[in-house]
Design a protein around this ligand. Structure first.
Ligand code: AMP
Length: 449
């Protein structure tokens, strides 16, 4: 995997680091939930948290978070999870899946016996690990359940001390967790509930063997909850091997997709940075998350924008953990207008108010596009997703369109018309990329042009 390209944690890599930041606490007025009338839904799904069978302390925790009704993944995943079944969930961040696996887990641990590691949540990135830990801490506060997080990029000593004290729920990235397993500083033999979050991302990052090793250290009679945005065969077969008696639940991101306006600006490669500045200075309002492929480009762009008077910051794995934490916090606080990031920020981060996602470089893996643009139009808002497409990038764009089944409008910006003629969208026939579209979270509820 290209080091410049891949900016997420790998086992033993101490150059990348995670950043802190409050988990998004803002409620997600999901269209379905907001529009649901009170009482049982016609499809038989529970429509309130009470009907899901959650105990009073968790209902209180949910109320404190400001959630009025369960989201689709919560309605579908919580009842079987509460019943002790294994759950295979197709859902990505933004659907409310963290609560979908955390609430039933906490209910199982509500017997007030604390200090034994009974819940394990494995996530691909440090950012997501910390965000999930924050969420577990909030949901668990009413029952004194305290989570702990372990990930790479920080000294292992304090983690070892923390683990010696004991915790009920551990959130971990695979590399550092295995490190602890090897040192004997963590004991997974009492784990009752195992959550694998963003499993497809763990696969992409080459963690799947680590995940298997982790699973092997947990008891066979554990409950397993596996969530994945897409379901490639490797994940299906993993699920098949490690989950018994599983229930499959699936939701898309219909609302987010509807709220996203997508456009491609064809532009000559050398003029991309000027076009970005032009857009920021002309009509683009609010905060902007810019994705670039390499750390160097990310840093260069952020410096360039700063020099031109746009408050900007860079987020990539080459920066220290403190720098990354500061950058992310400043962006969350609205102090920075443009955050220029590598794919490290493509998944999981829940930042409210991002109005625009700019793909300065078209991602090479079309699934990254789906995740990148999912950073905008969250919580019922609308947002714009742009691709600044140079001539050499049209094949990546074509792959994105095939994956989502959606032709994206090509529109050159006046003064930045490219020297090349942008190719038309691919034929989006019925058997073209059908498998991927089936699993694309942006696919559902969209019309093909
Ligand atoms: P997640 O997919 O777990 O990252 O959640 C995305 C966002 O939705 C987070 O900001 C959650 O706080 C929020 N959220 C989760 N469940 C609900 C709910 N039932 N109602 C409103 N917002 C929610």
């Amino acid at each position: 995997m290209n080091e410049e390209h891949d900016d997420t944690e790998r086992a033993g890599d101490s150059t990348t680091a995670t950043m802190d930041g409050p988990a998004g606490t803002e409620a997600l007025p999901n269209e379905e939930t907001a529009a649901d009338p009170p009482g049982p839904r016609e499809d038989g799904e529970p429509s309130t948290f009470e009907e899901l069978g959650l105990e009073p302390r968790l209902l209180e925790a949910v109320r404190r978070r400001g959630y009025e009704r369960p989201t689709a993944i919560q309605r579908r995943a919580i009842p079987p999870a509460l019943a002790g079944r294994d759950v295979l969930g197709s859902a990505q961040t933004g659907t409310g899946k963290t609560a979908a696996f955390t609430l039933p887990m906490l209910q199982r641990f509500s017997d007030d016996e604390h200090g034994t590691l009974r819940g394990l949540i494995v996530t691909p990135t440090r950012e997501l690990a910390r965000q999930v830990e924050d969420a577990v801490g909030e949901y668990g506060a009413t029952m004194s359940i305290e989570p702990m997080v372990v990930h790479g990029g920080v000294p292992i000593g304090p983690q070892i001390e923390g683990l010696e004290w004991g915790c009920d729920v551990l959130v971990a990235t695979p590399g550092r967790l295995l490190d602890h397993c090897r040192r004997g500083t963590v004991d997974l033999s009492e784990v009752q509930v195992l959550v694998l979050d963003e499993a497809d991302r763990m696969l992409d990052m080459g963690f799947i063997d680590d995940v298997r090793k982790i699973v092997a250290q947990t008891p066979d009679d554990r409950q397993t909850l596996l969530f994945s945005a897409t379901m490639p065969n490797a994940i299906k077969s993993l699920a098949h091997q490690i989950m018994e008696d599983r229930v499959e639940v699936e939701v898309g991101l219909e609302k987010a997709a509807e709220g996203i306006r997508e456009v491609i600006h064809p532009v000559d490669r050398v003029a991309k940075h000027e076009l970005l500045l032009h857009l920021l200075e002309n009509g683009m309002e609010g905060q902007v998350l810019v994705f670039a492929r390499t750390r160097d480009t990310t840093q260069y762009l952020s410096d360039y924008l700063e020099r031109k008077g746009v408050s900007a910051d860079a987020l990539h794995g080459g920066r220290s953990q403190e720098q990354r934490q500061r950058s992310l916090q400043a962006f969350r606080d609205g102090e920075t207008r443009a955050l220029v990031a590598t794919n490290v920020a493509a998944r999981g981060l829940d930042i409210r108010g991002i109005r625009h996602v700019v793909n300065f470089d078209a991602p090479r893996d079309p699934r990254d596009y789906v995740h990148r643009v999912g950073r905008t139009a969250r919580a019922n808002e609308t947002g714009d997703a742009l691709i600044l497409m140079a001539q050499h990038e049209w094949t990546y764009v074509r792959d994105i369109e095939k994956l989502t089944g959606e032709a994206i409008e090509r529109r050159a910006v006046e003064g930045f018309e490219p020297d090349f003629t942008p190719p038309p969208p691919p034929e989006l026939g019925d058997d073209d990329g059908e498998d991927e579209r089936e699993t694309s979270p942006l696919n559902r509820g969209r019309r093909r042009r």
